[in-house]
Design a protein. Structure first.
Length: 92
């Protein structure tokens, strides 16, 4: 279902897309396809904002990651790694 919606938005040429946990509850193959579609949207010029607590997902999707801790912006990371995201989330 998520994959079909993303494909529609890609075809429609959306300018901005905000998603919360876009791959929650999907199998590994569908997750990879969703990541591919999101990358395609971003590459085509759309702004893609993904809100996720999944560190692996944030590192795979994020060109820029804003890490929130206790309801406040903790740090901004460019091309984040899982290690950098985990450290920022923990405040280390």
């Amino acid at each position: 279902q998520q994959k079909v919606l993303l494909a529609r938005w890609l075809a429609a040429g959306v300018e901005t897309l905000v998603l919360e946990d876009p791959t929650r509850g999907v199998d590994v193959g569908t997750k990879a396809e969703i990541y591919r579609l999101l990358d395609q949207l971003a590459t085509s010029g759309s702004a893609v904002l993904v809100i996720t607590s999944d560190i692996e997902e944030a590192s795979l999707l994020g060109r820029t990651a804003l890490v929130m801790r206790r309801g406040e912006l903790a740090t901004r990371l460019e091309h984040p790694t899982e290690e950098a995201l985990a450290a920022a989330a923990q405040g280390t």
